[in-house]
Design a protein around this ligand. Structure first.
Ligand SMILES: CC(C)(COP(=O)(O)OP(=O)(O)OC[C@H]1O[C@@H](n2cnc3c(N)ncnc32)[C@H](O)[C@@H]1OP(=O)(O)O)[C@@H](O)C(=O)NCCC(=O)NCCS
Length: 173
């Protein structure tokens, strides 16, 4: 399945960035500036320390058969939203947004777009999110987009070696 390279919205766009060092350095600098904020729930930021790693991530995201996009605000990288672990029935979405752009409804809008793509284009029947029980902000985003909490997956995920309880959210067609 082929996904568009750019989806324009009112105050942001979803884009597959060109894979070059300039974009990789910008991406790494967003991660560096948000290391503590993102790292609270996302362990991958710990090993995300080189331009090469950022370049690889941009290359992977650029593939047109992946529903994975950087969130661009005022021509700057603000975050990322992607389908991960997708089969022909269900898909899981993951997202992050730089702290300075939080609280503007950007992730809420971006998530609504991916839900629409998931149901209409990818023909999914179920879309899910797994969110740390303490990540109230992300839970509010999920609930605002119509996801229902199906329960708590106890000690489901290791965050730096510490088992965390996760809420499982779903939205169905
Ligand atoms: C989770 C994250 C994407 C939310 O981004 P955001 O810009 O705040 O999202 P939005 O502006 O679209 O919506 C935030 C919602 O949370 C609410 N909110 C804001 N602060 C809150 C808080 N401290 N506790 C609970 N809810 C809160 C807002 O009111 C809004 O709800 P509303 O639309 O009902 O008013 C962002 O904080 C982030 O990237 N965090 C770090 C990485 C992460 O946790 N990723 C998700 C992993 S599951």
């Amino acid at each position: 399945m082929i996904f568009e390279k750019k989806i324009k919205c009112i105050n942001f766009s979803l884009e597959k960035l060109v894979s070059n060092y300039k974009n990789a350095e910008s991406l790494l600098s967003v991660i560096n500036n948000n290391r503590d904020f993102l790292g609270k729930y996302l362990e991958w930021v710990d090993s995300y320390t080189t331009t090469e790693k950022a370049l690889m991530n941009i290359k992977k995201t650029r593939k047109t058969d992946k529903c994975s996009y950087f969130i661009i605000v005022d021509k700057k990288i603000a975050g990322k939203i992607s389908f991960v672990d997708t089969d022909n029935n269900m898909g899981e979405i993951s997202y992050w947004l730089s702290k300075e752009y939080n609280g503007r409804g950007i992730i809420t809008n971006a998530l609504q777009i991916l839900i629409q793509i998931g149901f209409d284009k990818m023909q999914l029947n179920r879309i899910q999110l797994t969110i740390d029980i303490d990540n109230t902000r992300s839970c509010a985003v999920a609930e605002g987009c119509g996801f229902k909490c199906e329960g708590i997956l106890r000690k489901y995920f290791l965050l730096r070696g510490v088992p965390r309880d996760m809420k499982i959210y779903s939205i169905v067609k």
